[in-house]
Design a protein around this ligand. Structure first.
Ligand SMILES: [Zn+2]
Ligand SMILES: [Zn+2]
Length: 399
């Protein structure tokens, strides 16, 4: 009997083995052509939509690793609505290699790259020997594959000594080829002449402070600067925010991406971006919003910008409802976050989170006089001028 049992058991085992060679059930139908975009849900604020923008990126046509086509795809997958390809006009890192690759073609003329890296020194009388509009053209063409759901802002980066001059993005350009000038101030003027908005990029990069250099003071005084990149990559320049308020400049958060944006996903955050408050996702409306300073910068889960915009954005994201009020004790409120942003708050001595698409309850004790108190807390991942967290107050709702 035991033998029979063993034989049956072995037969069963063989059967299992044979079965194991079957294909695994296909729970996901693998199709390489299927793309998956992250949808970042943000609120409508005072009747305006909030668009997600990255207005500072690079491609292989300056010193980065991806083509403009790949950048557009990446931007779309990352959930963006607005995108700018802003290659350095003075840097073409890959050109020497490309010319080496082509050695022997064109009669063997192109042996050495000329004028491909004029980041620090001025170019020769020949100017820049490349079509600086190409990356923008390819970006615009690529966006068509996404039904033009992603708006492309033409642009480029004017790139000079970071310690004395700095870097500047020209946005809404019409011809990147006519911007370069050995004199950086003239390059800014050239961009301005074609109607560009100019962002002062990463104002504290490679410096100890964000204090303005002589060049910067002059550029701002001449009215050449329209906005400041207060967040770049994973860096935050809070001291530059006061300048934006004083001079009525827009504030941006941008990736300035050269490699892949997967590092953001791997860290569990969205890529650095700007939230733009606009009526519609058109070039005209986005430009108008920038000119009016209707932006907030987002970086590694933090949001920074104008104090009132932060208040409005938070209150449009998180609704507050009275749940229960006992005759003597506490009043309990429900805070519901209807967005993809995780809000961190300091409520009394407690550090709490209101996760995306979740509700938390908070209890407020009545005052000694028996009166209801307001619900108040600080949002610790939001930053207003002065490196301060906004204080959110919901007026007492219980009767
Ligand atoms: Zn730069
Ligand atoms: Zn850059």
């Amino acid at each position: 009997m035991k033998r029979l049992f063993l034989a049956v058991a072995l037969a069963g085992l063989c059967f299992v083995n044979a079965d194991a060679q079957k294909k695994v059930p296909e729970t996901v139908n693998l199709m390489p052509s299927v793309n998956r975009r992250i949808e970042i849900i943000l609120p409508q604020v005072n009747g305006l939509n909030v668009y997600k923008a990255d207005l500072h990126t690079h491609s292989i046509y300056s010193d980065a690793e991806l083509t403009p086509e790949q950048r557009v795809k990446e931007a779309w997958l990352d959930g963006l609505d607005v995108f700018a390809m802003t290659d350095h006009i003075e840097v073409r890192r890959h050109e020497p290699n490309m010319l080496k690759f082509l050695k022997g073609y064109n009669g063997g003329v192109a042996k050495k790259a000329e004028n491909n890296y004029i980041h620090y020194k001025a170019g020769t009388e020949k100017g820049i020997l490349a079509d600086i509009n190409l990356a923008t053209k390819l970006t615009l063409k690529s966006a068509k594959s996404y039904g033009e759901n992603i708006l492309i802002i033409p642009g480029c980066e004017i790139t000079r000594n970071p310690l004395t001059i700095g870097h500047y993005n020209a946005l809404f350009t019409t011809d990147n080829n006519t911007i370069y000038d050995p004199d950086p101030m003239q390059a800014l003027r050239n961009a301005k002449k074609q109607g560009a908005l100019i962002t002062h990029n990463h104002p504290g990069w490679r410096r100890k402070t964000c204090d303005m250099t002589e060049f910067e003071k002059q550029a701002y005084a001449e009215g050449l600067i329209d906005g400041v990149e207060i967040m770049n990559g994973a860096s935050f320049y809070p001291t530059a925010m006061q300048r934006c308020v004083d001079k009525k400049l827009y504030m941006l958060g941008c990736t300035d991406i050269h490699g892949l944006t997967d590092s953001y996903r791997n860290s569990g955050v969205f890529r650095t971006m700007t939230f733009i408050f606009a009526k519609e996702n058109t070039s005209k409306a986005i430009r108008k919003a920038l000119e009016k300073g209707m932006t907030l910068a987002y970086c590694v889960g933090n949001i920074a910008g104008d104090a009132k915009l932060l208040q409005d954005f938070f209150k449009a994201s998180v609704s507050c409802k009275l749940l229960y009020s006992s005759s003597k004790g506490k009043t309990t409120y429900a805070l519901t976050n209807s967005t993809s942003i995780a809000y961190k708050i300091k409520f009394g001595k407690y550090n709490l989170e209101i996760p995306p698409f979740q509700t938390i309850t908070l209890g407020v004790s009545k005052g000694k006089d028996g009166k209801e108190k307001d619900l108040a807390f600080y949002v610790t991942n939001m930053w207003e001028v002065g490196y301060k967290n906004p204080k959110i107050v919901y007026k007492a709702m219980a009767k």
